[in-house]
Design a binder for this molecule. Structure first.
Ligand code: ADP
Length: 540
């Protein structure tokens, strides 16, 4: 080989902030705070406060390689930690506050974080668990100074720490692009949460790729409101994708209800947002109740669970908003595929475009390879029909979970996602189920996602959950649990009559039940709880 003669500038996270500060310093960042006020500054302001915070972290003794934990919502302070901690070569462990106490403690202990930053909302959980935290020595409350409460843990105040330092030029230390930057744990619906340690390089490459026109297609004209949580897979990379593309950022704190989102969309001119389907169900219900308009909103990325077709259709036909479905996971930083149109689809007409992008999770993006492997270990044809285990690889795919001594990827780098999917010749991928949620009945498979997608379009239905329970004759049969919209009466007969013309007969759920649908810490239907609760429903 002849070595290339170009520069080997490391791909590190501070380079994104430095770029934003010099390329678009006056582009705004707006944040609701936990105290409830609206905080406004810009990329120059973010960079200045990040320098102060980095100095404060050094004063607290944080060094390269240390873990610093956060229990925090989508606010400007959390965003500052996203830059200051990795900038020092330390690792930000974003803990999901929706986990149970024991899981939160497990994550903090497993990550061995020495400092814990938390929003006031989490003061009770921090105080409940503090005695059992063996590595956290310093607590910092992320609150205004006049709203400070040191509590039982003797917390320091974030604003006081930042105010005590200068925002003069900061000599960021050299950080290797392969150094760990963020430690994100999966929600642990099966077993303990598992740590995924994102490197600087993975975060930067992911951030560059996700803004491309085949993916989110962001420009400097966009105003982006991330409703995916900063604590869950770095809010899908938006804290990096936005500064790379010069977008204004609007952070909603914990207020993801329809009215609060509507206030920010209207007040800040939001054009682009993203979040799990539950958030958009609430938002659409709010628009319905108030007769409100989406205003400037043009596009929404939705993922984490399958997007009900009815949701994408309502957004487009009623509100003129384009829904882009995305698929990804904590283990892929998280972006895998995005459902954007192509000229080939467009040539077949708008209905065809809608049909494809509303029923597929998305299409191949540069930087992440996909393949489907059948039960006999052979690769499935890319025919859009043959399903199998979805495998991924690429520079922002996991190699190994944190503190495990075996790789999670195979010798060729392929990581088994645990999802069952098909892939077609145009590169569109469709998830049919999570491997553990597929309903195996009489030797055939029923896709719980497909059935849920159809059932949720039935009038009055808010959430539809389909799962398999043991059946004496067929091994498993599907049950459908419905949570109706508030005040709406939905009957079993109406649901079955709605399904009948839309599904093959043997997919018909053996029973339709009305119950509250439990959600996991990442907003997905918690099928483990439902399977347990209704385990004996068809066999006793
Ligand atoms: P968790 O901690 O809940 O596992 P992840 O974000 O890592 O959180 O979950 C990733 C999983 O979410 C994927 O493997 C897939 O099963 C599911 N998922 C994500 N996006 C979609 C989508 N658009 N359609 C269907 N399932 C999805």
């Amino acid at each position: 080989m002849i070595p290339g003669l170009m520069q080997t500038t490391p791909l590190v996270i501070t380079s994104i902030l430095n770029f934003a500060e010099s390329a678009h310093p006056r582009v705004e960042i707006v944040s609701r705070t936990v105290e409830g006020r609206i905080q406004r500054y810009d990329y120059a302001g973010l960079a200045a406060r990040t320098r102060r915070l980095a100095r404060a972290l050094e004063t607290l003794g944080v060094k390269s390689g240390d873990r610093v934990a956060s229990l925090a919502w989508n606010t400007h302070r959390h965003l500052e930690l996203f830059y200051a901690v990795p900038g020092l070569g330390a690792v930000l462990n974003t803990v999901n506050p929706r986990l149970f106490d024991e899981q939160i403690l497990y994550v903090l202990e497993h990550a061995e974080s020495g400092v814990l930053f938390y929003d006031r909302t989490f003061q009770p959980v921090v105080e409940r668990l503090a005695d059992r935290m063996t590595t956290v020595k310093t607590f910092v409350l992320m609150a205004d100074e006049d709203a400070h409460d040191a509590g039982a843990v003797g917390a320091l105040n974030y604003e006081a720490l930042v105010a005590a330092e200068t925002d003069a030029a900061f000599p960021w230390p050299f950080v290797d692009e392969n150094a760990g930057a963020f430690l994100c744990y999966t929600s642990g619906t099966t077993g303990d949460p598992k740590g995924v340690l994102y490197s600087h390089r993975a975060v930067v490459l992911h951030g560059m790729a996700a803004g491309l026109s085949s993916a989110f297609g962001l420009t400097a004209f966009d105003v982006v409101m991330p409703c995916s949580s900063l604590y869950h897979a770095t809010a899908w990379g938006l804290p990096f994708i936005c500064p790379i593309n010069g977008c204004k950022i609007v952070l909603p704190a914990e207020k993801m209800d329809g009215a609060s989102l509507q206030e920010l969309i209207a007040g800040e001119g939001v054009t682009f947002s993203g979040g799990v389907p539950t958030i958009w169900t609430m938002y659409l219900a709010h628009l319905d109740q108030t007769g409100g308009s989406v205003g400037t909103l043009k596009r929404i990325i939705i993922g984490g669970s399958a997007v009900p077709r009815a949701m994408a259709e309502t957004f487009k036909r009623k509100h003129g908003v384009q829904v882009l479905q995305i698929w990804g996971m904590t283990e892929t930083c998280p972006l895998g595929v995005v459902a954007t149109p192509t000229p080939a689809l467009a040539a077949a007409g708008e209905d065809h475009v809608d049909e494809v992008i509303w029923t597929r999770q998305g299409r191949l993006q540069f930087g992440i390879e996909l393949k489907i492997v059948q039960e006999d270990g052979t690769e499935a044809p890319r025919d859009g029909e043959t399903s199998g285990a979805l495998m991924v690889r690429g520079p922002w795919t996991i190699q190994r979970y944190y503190r495990k001594d075996q790789d999670a990827a195979d010798a060729e780098g392929w990581f088994d996602t645990g999802d069952i999917a098909t892939l077609d010749a145009d590169g569109f991928m469709r998830i049919t189920d999570r491997a553990k949620d597929v309903i195996k009945t009489g030797g055939e498979w029923i896709s719980s996602i497909d059935l849920e997608n159809i059932a949720v379009a039935c009038p009055g239905v808010k959430i539809a959950a389909v799962f398999g329970v043991p059946h004496p004759k067929w091994e498993e049969r599907p049950l459908l649990v419905i949570e109706p919209h508030d005040g709406q009466a939905v009957t079993k007969e109406a649901v079955l009559a709605f399904l009948e013309p839309r599904i093959v007969k043997w997919w018909t759920p053996d029973d339709v039940l009305f119950d509250a649908v439990p959600l996991t810490a990442t907003g997905k239907i918690d099928k483990k709880v439902l399977r347990e609760k209704y385990r004996a429903h068809l066999s006793s």
